[in-house]
Design a protein around this ligand. Sequence first.
Ligand code: CA
Length: 120
Amino acid sequence: MSWIYNYEDNTVVTGTSEDDSISNDGDSVTIDGGAVNDYIQNYYGDSVTIDGGAGNDYIYNYGNNVLIEYASGDGNDSIVGFNETSTLSITGNGINLSDAVIKAHRINITAISLKEAISS
Ligand SMILES: [Ca+2]
């Protein structure tokens, strides 16, 4: 387990090839968890992009205007702290919404656009 702490604004935080615990307090930060199972905590960072990458990742968010990116093949990610300013982006070739499981507890999800990726 690698422990990574970021306090800087306007930077990129990249996880290692092993399990990471990434904590962020910076604004306008891009966090890429990378391979395997990561534990990503965004505390006071606003305008943060979080991509857990492959593996089963846990994402805890307390900031605003956060974009969480999920691609097909990324594994099973859990997101806590998705709020009314958060955006969830789901991408991937041949992604099938019947394979997607979104378990929600006290959040609202609005589908803004569903494009050609959906075939059924
Ligand atoms: Ca990961």
